[in-house]
Design a protein around this ligand. Structure first.
Ligand SMILES: NC(=O)c1ccc[n+]([C@@H]2O[C@H](COP(=O)([O-])OP(=O)(O)OC[C@H]3O[C@@H](n4cnc5c(N)ncnc54)[C@H](O)[C@@H]3O)[C@@H](O)[C@H]2O)c1
Ligand SMILES: O=c1ccn([C@@H]2O[C@H](COP(=O)(O)OP(=O)(O)O[C@H]3O[C@H](CO)[C@@H](O)[C@H](O)[C@H]3O)[C@@H](O)[C@H]2O)c(=O)[nH]1
Length: 473
């Protein structure tokens, strides 16, 4: 089939490359002319495993093209996907105005029979609004054919996007007629060899299914974070508890990793949009609001633990940060917990040296700050640092040289926001280990306000604001 995809971001480009791989002729359209020019030169606008090779192979076979011309790019298409971003507005609603404007522009130029498919995550009713734009063209005599608008939300995750698209868990199709549903079934047949993955439903339900999935994922993460916090308070260890949870098939094994809270371009913004939708319908959405609150608190707890470690005096402290991307396998920092943490540390007067294998340039332009240095290696980040915070579970951070860290870090403490390490091992090197949900600094604050520096206990020679912490603590 001839496929056009409008919006060549994470979703549009992965969809385009995978549909080209499965034999379709694909035109990816983007209104960012510079992005299109780079893509034509073989430069991808972001990092995604396997995507470089996939795009290059499809272009070589003459199956994938890029353009910034909407009319030209859609002229021969049997199916046109809309894959524009739908970020949060200041009010939390999903911003669909650019998508609707794009659909309006498309409706004004489209003169042949084809199917328009909304792949972006959109509030239920958006496809109906777009359908009305096309129907108006027909009613006004500007079009000879009725264009159908279907919903086909995308479920890929960044870092595994190509693999997710090639091997989907399900393919959701919201269509108002058999022809639209049949066309999408045919398009996705190579990704559904057993013929059981396509789930057909009405358009609104398909639109809402996407929000439901992300709400469920976010809720699991907040619940495990809350359980970790309670476990820490009562002296239980969340790691073996997670193993118990994962072993129960009714609970399932994924999205049970406690940490710094969920980030990324989807879970936070889709939660906000869903809460807004509920509010508009006078639904309390009590659980969803709590999911969001717990998530926001996770990063505050981490900052609080770091501040307490330095007895509330972060000014001039040198903090190493490993990992900036919101998850491994991507250079995306949209709503990354690392960004919120670094901003708080900088506001408190700390000096941050950060390292990420992929995401540094994005952070550098987002937080241009004299006290933020982006360095070339994990080791460099720790040189002269007082403490280390691990924010992304990149493979290269999983087995560091703890002996070297203990000798290098000034205080020495590791804030392990992704629960990568074993406390026993760190303690054996004299490193203090903070994990998600850990009982917060009971060992040093003894009920005092954390803003009052306690007298040094284990190291009488240390100045009050430069504690030497031992494994025993
Ligand atoms: N990123 C993900 O992992 C993911 C996964 C599933 C669903 N989604 C959803 O898919 C949608 C797209 O997300 P994304 O992360 O790919 O966004 P993105 O910001 O990476 O890409 C959007 C692209 O659309 C282009 N664009 C904007 N206006 C345009 C116009 N008028 N004409 C042509 N191009 C235009 C932008 O230049 C950009 O390249 C969102 O609704 C998102 O919620 C994202
Ligand atoms: O057990 C877990 C799992 C994830 N996370 C965090 O949750 C966030 C989101 O992770 P993930 O879901 O893997 O990444 P995304 O690429 O944002 O993918 C989500 O958002 C996409 C856009 O809607 C959907 O398509 C995907 O199905 C959905 O998983 C990241 O910050 C993770 O660190 C945890 O803290 N604990």
């Amino acid at each position: 089939m001839n496929v056009a995809i409008i919006g060549t971001g994470y979703v549009g480009l992965v969809t385009g490359a995978c549909l080209a791989e499965s034999g379709n002729s694909v035109v990816c359209i983007d209104n960012d002319a510079a992005k299109v020019a780079s893509l034509r030169e073989g430069q991808l606008p972001f990092h995604e495993p396997l995507l470089d090779d996939l795009v290059a192979a499809a272009r070589q076979r003459g199956k994938l093209w890029f353009t910034d011309q909407l009319e030209q790019g859609t002229r021969a298409a049997d199916i046109i996907f809309l894959a524009l971003g739908t970020p949060s507005g200041a009010d939390g609603y999903a911003q669909v105005a650019p998508l609707l404007q794009c659909a309006q522009d498309l409706a004004a130029t489209l003169r042949h029979k084809c199917l328009v498919v909304v792949k972006s995550t959109v509030p239920p009713g958006t496809c109906a609004t777009i359908q009305a734009l096309f129907d108006m063209q027909l009613a006004q005599g500007n079009a000879a054919y009725r264009v159908s608008v279907a919903s086909n939300p995308e479920f890929l995750s960044e870092g595994s996007a190509v693999a997710d698209f090639r091997n989907p868990a399900r393919i959701v199709v919201g269509a108002a007629n058999d022809h639209a549903a049949g066309t999408l079934r045919q398009l996705y047949a190579p990704f559904d060899p057993g013929g059981k993955l396509v789930m057909e439903m009405d358009v609104r339900s398909a639109e809402f299914a996407k929000y439901a999935c992300n709400a469920m994922l976010a809720a699991r993460i907040s619940l495990i974070n809350e359980l970790a916090n309670i476990a820490g308070r009562i002296g239980a260890d969340i790691a073996p508890i997670c193993r118990v949870l994962r072993s129960d098939p009714r609970i399932g094994s994924q999205y049970l990793q406690p940490g710094a809270g969920y980030g990324g371009s989807c879970l936070p913004k889709d939660l906000r949009a869903l809460i807004r939708m509920a509010q508009d319908e006078d639904e309390p959405a009590a659980i969803l609001r709590s999911v969001e609150q717990v998530n926001q608190r996770q990063i505050e707890l981490l900052y609080d633990a770091i501040a307490r470690h330095f007895w509330g005096r972060l000014k001039g402290r040198r903090i190493a940060v490993w990992g900036l991307a919101f998850k491994p396998g991507t250079d995306d920092i949209r709503e990354a917990p690392s960004v919120a943490l670094i901003q708080s540390l900088l506001e408190a007067g700390a000096r941050v040296r950060a390292y990420d294998p992929l995401a540094e340039s994005a952070v550098g332009s987002l937080i241009p700050h004299a006290n933020l240095a982006l360095v070339d290696s994990a080791r460099q980040a720790c040189e002269n640092a007082d403490a280390l915070v691990v924010m992304t579970e990149w493979e290269e951070f999983r087995a560091p040289d703890f002996g070297w860290l203990a000798a290098t870090l000034g205080t020495p403490a590791v804030f392990d926001a992704r629960d990568l390490y074993q406390s026993r091992e760190l303690h054996s090197f004299g490193l203090r280990h903070y994990r998600p949900g850990q009982k917060r600094l009971a060992a040093i604050d003894h009920g005092r306000s954390w803003k009052q520096p306690p007298a040094p206990r284990n190291n009488a020679a240390a100045a009050p604001d430069t504690p030497r912490l031992t494994a025993a603590e």
